[in-house]
Design a protein around this ligand. Structure first.
Ligand SMILES: [Zn+2]
Length: 371
């Protein structure tokens, strides 16, 4: 749409219509809501620091015209975002992690926080939620590897996210001793639940979402006759798509050279570091356990022909090679950054119907270089 306005001479009224159809801002509240829907923050690891980390006054009512994407929010990158006129920063890694008791110029995270607020730029970080979500960072890598076998293969999370199963909720009702519920109430409870377990001082019920509403109304109607009640322990089920890391299983084994070339292209890098099986045998790659960034705590949860991640310790590499696997490491952020331009930028443009510009940092880069 912008190109049309720039390059094609049109009568004045058509120019006006084009500008109207590309409304160029979204309220901060909508940006936050839609980001939360695209990348559910409940998928983040417990130790992580995710979401809206820096919130200037009135962020909800701000007119967000451009979202600036970066893997790491360093001070030069923040200055770049300011120079570009960005008014919302999406930093994959959280720029703030440790707590601080003062807000001054003595540390980099604090200076970043102060400067962002002074320039009225909210900073949002999804980090491990983006690793684990459907169509997230690890899916991007897994799909890139499956393409190397002409799409013949599949992937699953190495550590699946445990999703609460909405259809089975459990209610516990605590009874007064020597004061049983009336047969009419017990019958109503039985009729509106799928499973009941009775003891002298407790009733446990299992129910679906619809029954839950009926049961909670019912329990409230006789709440004076019981000690208390709660909804406990939603049952959980392993997610098929969401979770840490990915195990790729190709339908046919492929040469390690094909994988190396594919990884370099996907990550847009010239070099990777390769560990080979210590036995010296060369074998086809059919299973790949992968995790973007620093995946040592995740990828060895599955046995695989190849382990792929950004960084690993010496001993983890040695152990994997001794057990007959290949290892590829390519420096931490090299395994992450390409996602921003290849997947996230188009996804955000679609998410906001092209009403916001999505910019990508040109200065953001891995701090390590092969020289
Ligand atoms: Zn990382």
């Amino acid at each position: 749409m912008f190109k049309l306005i720039k390059t094609i001479k049109q009568p004045q009224q058509f120019k006006y219509i084009n500008r109207m159809s590309t409304n160029t801002s979204v309220k901060g509240k909508e940006v936050l809501k839609k980001l939360g829907e695209l990348i559910p923050l409940n998928l983040a690891e417990k130790w992580d620091n995710v979401g809206l980390l820096i919130e200037p006054s009135n962020t909800d009512s701000m007119n967000i015209e451009s979202i600036f994407l970066t893997n790491d929010l360093t001070e030069p990158v923040l200055q770049e975002a300011i120079n570009e006129g960005a008014n919302f920063i999406f930093s994959y890694h959280p720029p703030l992690f440790n707590q601080f008791k003062t807000v001054n110029q003595k540390s980099i995270p604090q200076r970043i926080a102060i400067k962002s607020i002074e320039n009225k730029i909210p900073v949002y970080s999804p980090h491990s939620a983006l690793d684990s979500c459907d169509d997230g960072l690890n899916d991007w890598i897994a799909n890139g590897l499956i393409k190397l076998n002409s799409g013949r293969g599949r992937s699953k999370p190495i550590t699946p996210y445990q999703e609460p199963l909405k259809s089975t909720q459990k209610i516990s009702i605590y009874l007064h001793s020597n004061q049983p519920l009336t047969p009419e109430i017990l019958k109503q409870l039985e009729l509106n639940s799928n499973f009941q377990f009775f003891t002298t001082d407790k009733i446990e019920l299992s129910c679906n979402q619809q029954q839950l509403l009926i049961l909670t109304n019912l329990i409230q109607s006789f709440s004076n006759e019981i000690k208390g009640w709660d909804i406990v322990n939603q049952e959980k089920v392993s997610s098929l798509n969401n979770g840490s890391g990915k195990l790729v299983t190709l339908d046919e084994g492929i040469d390690i050279d094909v994988v190396i070339k594919g990884v370099k292209e996907l990550f847009n890098i010239e070099y990777v570091r390769l560990g080979k099986p210590l036995s010296g045998e060369s074998k086809k790659i059919k299973t790949i356990s992968l995790c973007a960034g620093s995946g040592g705590s995740v990828i060895f949860g599955e046995k695989a022909d190849l382990y792929l991640t950004g960084e690993l310790t010496h001993h983890a590499i040695l152990d994997a090679c001794a057990k007959g696997s290949y290892v590829i490491v390519c420096d931490h952020t090299n395994s992450e950054r390409g996602y921003l331009s290849q997947i996230l930028k188009p996804n955000l443009e679609k998410l906001f119907d092209n009403r916001v510009k999505v910019l990508i940092s040109k200065l953001d880069t891995d701090p390590l270089k092969v020289i």
